[in-house]
Design a protein around this ligand. Structure first.
Ligand code: AOS
Ligand code: ZN
Ligand code: ZN
Ligand code: ZN
Length: 401
């Protein structure tokens, strides 16, 4: 027995179509350039070498899938001159029809951040980090971007080498000042991660720390859950449920991982986990549940960059559509009467329903290619960008932009 058995094909279609009509996901600019692992990167001839090429790639992914109207921007990599680069981004937004998504400050690449950015013992360095955050808020405001996403790489490698307690205070101060600069339409999202690049302590190591910091910073600060940033076995959907319950969930960085943060494509290792996360969201009546940013945070070293991005978007749609098939009323009844196996089968049945044929119908009904991956392979875009960018990529093996 599964959801497909209890719903008529018409009901199934209605549910999947409604779910897909409301589903949007953001792609990251850094997913199109030659980024890789800390051990090295295998460069791709078709990788984007400029911000314009990243916009062009995002527009191609949106043309083929229809659900990625925004691209996350990374301040240091995409707007190296800060606020003065805003007009050139605005021109690209206009030219490619892709809006600026979340603004991602960079507080981890500068040499002065060796011992931390907003947690650095040096008042001067913390001041520089704050200045960069304030620039990022201004960039977001000028671009009409809703979210500034903060990932703080700060931490230490050895016990006793830093005062964890003082660093909490430093963070609170900087985050409060950053929040004070937000326009009413802006939000600030606080990401957490248990380890890496620091190996002993990370200043924002889990959702509790992120939530408390966000609350202290102000009402427009929320938590960002990166699905790759949890210790083995963590029940991520329970964290999502709690964040929804307390009004603290701002959005996601979607990716997958087997061991540690490695930005694998969404659902490649554990699609059931993504389904369970979507179920918590779709079955929640928490305030603000419609205000959650779905973002992808992946950069691929082995898979083709556009291919991987399209595969991810398609996978997200499939898992979201499956989660939309769960019969909430029936499940609640079974849970209430502790009919365990029936409850589990109702839940799992939705997961096992093959929604792919209905999603193909949805795409056709919306004037999109039935298979975005096949359309990419046949459309000629890859050949075009490989020819245009191949020499530039060969010449700049170590450059990052
Ligand atoms: C790093 O591990 C985080 O996932 C970041 O969110 C992300 O990869 C980065 O912010 C891109 O700058
Ligand atoms: Zn080793
Ligand atoms: Zn992330
Ligand atoms: Zn990460």
């Amino acid at each position: 027995m599964h959801a497909g058995d209890t719903l008529t094909s018409e009901q199934l279609q209605t549910r999947v179509f409604a779910a897909l009509d409301s589903f949007r996901i953001e792609i990251p600019s850094w997913g199109f350039s030659n980024t890789g692992t800390r051990f090295g990167k295998f460069t791709q001839a078709a990788a984007a070498t400029t911000i314009e090429e990243k916009f062009a790639d995002a527009a191609e992914v949106n043309k083929l899938t229809g659900v990625v109207p925004t691209m996350a921007l990374h301040v240091l990599w995409d707007l190296p001159n800060g606020v003065s680069d805003v007009p050139s981004i605005q021109a690209l937004v206009k030219k490619y029809g892709i809006q600026s998504g979340s603004i991602n400050p960079n507080l981890f690449q500068d040499q002065e951040y060796k011992y931390g950015s907003i947690c650095n013992p040096s008042t001067e360095i913390r001041g520089n980090a704050l200045a960069h955050l304030l620039d990022s808020v201004e960039i977001g405001r000028e671009l009409g971007a809703k979210d500034v996403s903060l990932w703080i790489a700060d931490g230490s490698n050895y016990p006793g080498t830093q005062s964890m307690s003082k660093r909490i205070g430093y963070m609170e101060e900087v985050l409060t000042s950053t929040h004070a600069a937000l326009a009413p339409t802006q939000r600030m999202l606080v990401e957490y991660k248990p380890f890496e690049p620091a190996f002993y302590h990370t200043d924002i190591a889990d959702w509790g720390m992120a939530l408390e910091l966000a609350r202290r910073a102000g009402p427009q600060a929320k938590v960002l859950v990166d699905t790759g940033h949890h210790l083995q076995g963590t029940n991520i959907e329970q964290i999502v449920t709690w964040l929804l319950h307390v009004g603290g969930l701002g959005g996601f960085h979607f990716n997958d991982r087997k061991y540690a943060d490695d930005d694998l494509t969404l659902g490649s290792i554990d699609p059931y986990q993504v389904f369970r996360i979507f179920h918590e969201i779709l079955s929640s009546d928490a305030k603000g549940v419609d205000d959650i940013a779905f973002m992808i945070d992946q950069s691929h070293n082995l898979k083709g960059k556009l291919e991987a991005m399209i595969q991810t978007v398609v996978t997200a749609q499939e898992l979201y559509a499956k989660a939309a098939l769960v019969d909430h009323a029936k499940l609640a009844e079974l849970q209430q009467s502790c009919r365990l196996v029936e409850a589990e089968e109702t839940f799992r049945g939705a997961f096992w329903t093959d929604v792919r044929p209905i999603i193909r119908e949805w795409r056709e009904a919306r004037g999109l290619p039935a298979s975005p991956l096949a359309a990419l392979a046949e459309g000629g875009y890859m050949e075009k960008i490989t020819a245009e960018r191949g020499a530039k990529n060969a010449a700049s093996v170590s450059s990052y932009a």
